[in-house]
Design a protein around this ligand. Structure first.
Ligand SMILES: Cc1cc2nc3c(=O)[nH]c(=O)nc-3n(C[C@H](O)[C@H](O)[C@H](O)COP(=O)(O)OP(=O)(O)OC[C@H]3O[C@@H](n4cnc5c(N)ncnc54)[C@H](O)[C@@H]3O)c2cc1C
Length: 414
């Protein structure tokens, strides 16, 4: 039987970041990845903030930067904002995963690819034995003091350890087009029931003359592919030409919601497995990587004390909630309201945002990792925006006069 002090299931950004953090502190870490190659298949649009580059301590996987966005309403009215400097980065997502896995391996983490975690064989206070299936289909058992579930949206680890995940999974469909017209410094976002009820459609320049086009929408019985086809048809009309044949398709899901407990005795969840995903955009790379750093701090202390009890590991939930929980809660609430808005409401919001003052606020304070900061600022600034939203939003806004975010009132975004 193979042994490891820490078994990380999943070699995505969250798993590799956790593996590196623990291996660097001298722990024996084994990463299981079900796919034969790290980073493939790609299941992401690859739009990230500077924080992700900082967490990775590299820009090697950056394809291009974007300075703003144009947001289209259901009737195709739009509001555009563009900053003087880069506001987000379009990355080679597979390149990021490979880079992070390599960094973890250089720190001493072992990787076993083409190996799938299947379930638990036995579980005691000091050690868990899990069952996995290797590349040739053979079954193997692995013993570990701590199991980290970084196995993405449908986390088998969460299921096996009975950590409840009452999350909504939004179906997503994306394609990569090798050539596309459009502004190479701007992303496009499409709102409304015909484009993507519940979330949005996107057009993202890829830095090489092409674009990533996709949708993520409520699971309302219509397949995300149908919304995707509609968006591609619309883009053909707008650009006056059909986009060239796609070179890759991506079908996946985005977990939106709150996992009540992301720890248990001898187990921690991180990344999409823990639904550490921004509810307003579905982006999860930043939160997953940051929470993986917190996880390695907490797990290191627990391993050093040889105490992997539920009480000891609860510190992980406390710490990541202290840093990101408030933003997630507010964003989740806003998303629920957003999902209820009718198309005329959304058109009204786009029209209300068209004023120069509000676009300046978006440019100054927009932050893709903390979107509720700018949302709250806009609501304070524009009574007409508040009037357009359901009463509940007004209640949310007025119930918390002192919004405790450090950079909200301290001047423009740095
Ligand atoms: C269409 C789409 C577009 C997106 N665009 C963006 C974006 O622009 N920006 C952004 O920040 N986020 C985006 N996201 C979200 C982002 O992709 C995820 O939040 C991120 O990948 C989560 O990282 P992770 O390491 O938690 O999980 P993952 O990246 O999903 O990694 C989990 C790993 O675990 C492996 N695994 C799963 N089950 C097992 C098992 N049983 N045994 C072994 N290995 C297993 C998987 O193969 C995978 O490699 C997008 C998501 C989708 C679906």
């Amino acid at each position: 039987m193979e042994e490891a002090e820490v078994l990380v299931v999943g070699g995505g950004p969250a798993g590799s970041t956790a593996a590196r953090g623990l291996a660097e502190r001298g722990h024996d870490v084994l990463v299981l990845e079900e796919h034969a190659r790290i980073g493939l298949p790609v299941q992401c649009a690859g739009l990230v903030s500077q924080r992700v580059l900082d967490l990775a301590a590299s820009t090697s996987f950056v394809r291009t930067s974007v300075r703003g966005a144009t947001v289209f309403g259901p009737s195709l009215g739009c509001v555009a904002f563009k900053a003087a400097e880069p506001r987000a980065f379009v990355i080679d997502r597979s390149g990021l995963d490979i880079y992070l896995a390599d960094r973890a391996a250089r720190s001493g983490a072992r990787f076993r690819t083409a190996t799938r975690f299947d379930g638990i064989v036995s579980r005691g206070p000091e050690r868990t034995v899990v069952r996995a299936t290797g590349a040739d289909g053979t079954s193997l058992e692995i013993g570990a003091k701590l199991v980290v579930g970084a196995d993405g949206v449908s986390s088998a680890v969460a299921r096996a350890f009975r950590l409840r995940r009452p999350v909504e999974i939004l179906p997503a469909f994306e394609a990569e087009f090798p050539k596309s017209p459009g502004d190479a410094e701007q992303v496009e976002v499409y709102l409304g029931r015909t484009f993507a009820p519940g979330l949005f459609g996107w057009w993202i320049p890829d830095g090489a003359g092409g674009a990533r086009v996709g949708v993520a929408a409520d699971a309302d019985g219509t397949s995300a592919r149908v919304y995707f086809d509609h968006l591609v048809d619309y883009l053909a009309k707008r650009f006056g030409e059909r986009l060239a044949n796609p070179t890759a398709y991506l079908v996946s899901g985005i977990p939106i919601g709150t996992v009540p407990k992301t720890h248990g005795p001898g187990v921690l969840l991180v990344g999409d497995a823990a639904a550490q995903v921004k509810p307003l955009s579905g982006g999860g790379i930043f939160a997953g990587m940051r929470c993986a750093e917190i996880l390695s701090d907490v797990a290191h202390d627990a391993l050093a004390r040889n105490d992997l009890s539920e009480a000891a590991l609860a510190e992980y939930d406390r710490r990541w909630h202290a840093e990101l929980g408030e933003e997630f809660r507010r964003a989740l609430y806003l998303r629920r309201l957003f999902a209820r808005l009718s198309d005329p409401d959304l058109d009204g919001i786009i029209a209300a945002l068209q004023g120069a003052e509000l676009t300046e606020t978006i440019v100054a304070f927009g932050d893709i990792d903390f979107p509720t900061h700018v949302a709250r600022r806009l609501l304070r600034q524009s009574p007409s925006l508040v009037r357009l939203l359901p009463k509940a939003l007004g209640a949310w806004w007025s119930s918390e006069p002192s919004f405790p975010t450090p950079d909200l009132d301290e001047g423009p975004r740095k």
